[in-house]
Design a protein around this ligand. Structure first.
Ligand code: SF4
Length: 309
């Protein structure tokens, strides 16, 4: 199967493109994710022709005009027009990716909490977004996007990877009403475990799909996929999905097995266990039950297993 395409800040790949001539290699991205995806490394500051090493840049807010500008931090050169022009040209030239990974705290690449100065000498507010990141989110509003350091957080990493690989599979597989229905069926418990409300909104969309409305339905489904994974998995939703899976196995389980699985789900719900623990137990018990509907559910492997940290 085709690998997901990921646009990534070039410095996270270890390329020496930062203002001080260094890179910022992300070990997990390079070692684990790299072999399973196609990376397109981008550095908007290098694309602006700033070279390396270079003077650092910062976002400065014009409080009266309520506009944001990009200035060099020491010499105070205004690079706003170049930044906007380069980000527009870069994003226009890109195909829609299956995921985006950007460097945090950068006036160009940071997705959120980027420093914004009211004037050059004041203490900054950490509430901005980088020029390039903002353009990417506008151009590709439904693509999974994350800052590199957040991949160290298990919940955020799982949500991002589940979204990337689900989206890539969706784009590769869905070309008819029947393949849409099959995709939706296999992803039921994965989607439910993240956001049951959005999953319920997907039902009528899939049920109402017809050959002539398929392109529109596919677009709307991709928008809802983004909504499903956006906030990560709450333990209440995760445990509800696990109990639902357990219900399929219950008739063939012994009393000690039922007791064990229910205890494990409850411990996950209370925050004492990771989601993978009860999920693996259910997967193991389905070896005995051999329920084909559960067997095809992507919740058991939403992305390659080697991507666990
Ligand atoms: S954060 Fe973005 S602009 Fe800065 S060096 Fe990395 S890729 Fe280039």
């Amino acid at each position: 199967m085709k690998k997901p395409s990921i646009i990534i800040s070039s410095c996270l790949l270890g390329n020496k493109v930062r203002f001080d001539g260094s890179g910022k290699p992300h070990k997990w991205v390079l070692k684990k994710l790299g072999p399973l995806v196609n990376f397109q490394g981008v550095c908007p500051e290098m694309a602006m022709g700033l070279g390396t090493p270079r003077e650092a840049v910062r976002i400065v807010k014009d409080s009266e005009a309520k506009t944001l500008h990009l200035f060099t931090s020491k010499s105070g050169k205004d690079l706003t027009d170049e930044a906007l022009d380069v980000t527009r040209r870069m994003t226009e030239a890109m195909d829609t990716p299956d995921g985006i990974i950007l460097m945090s705290n950068s006036p160009m690449c940071g997705i959120k909490l980027v420093k914004v100065y009211e004037s050059k000498n004041m203490i900054p507010h950490k509430d901005g977004e980088g020029f390039f990141a903002a353009a990417m989110m506008q151009k590709f509003p439904n693509a999974p996007i994350i800052e590199g350091f957040r991949l160290g957080d298990a919940k955020q990493r799982e949500a991002f990877l589940s979204h990337v690989f689900s989206l890539q599979a969706f784009k590769a597989e869905v070309n008819s009403v029947s393949t849409l229905q099959a995709f939706h069926r296999r992803h039921k418990f994965l989607l439910l475990s993240y956001n049951p409300k959005v999953y319920r909104a997907m039902g009528p969309l899939v049920a109402g799909a017809r050959k002539d409305s398929l392109p529109e339905v596919v677009q709307n489904y991709i928008i809802l996929l983004k909504d499903v994974f956006q906030k990560g998995r709450a333990s209440a939703h995760g445990s509800d999905a696990l109990l639902h899976l357990y219900g399929f196995l219950k008739p063939v389980l012994s009393s000690p097995e039922r007791h064990e699985i229910l205890n494990t789900i409850e411990e996950y719900r209370k925050g004492f266990l990771d989601f993978q623990m009860p999920l693996r137990l259910i997967s193991f018990l389905n070896l005995k039950a051999q329920n084909p509907y559960l067997g095809e559910q992507t919740i058991f492997a939403p992305y390659p297993k080697s991507l666990s940290y």
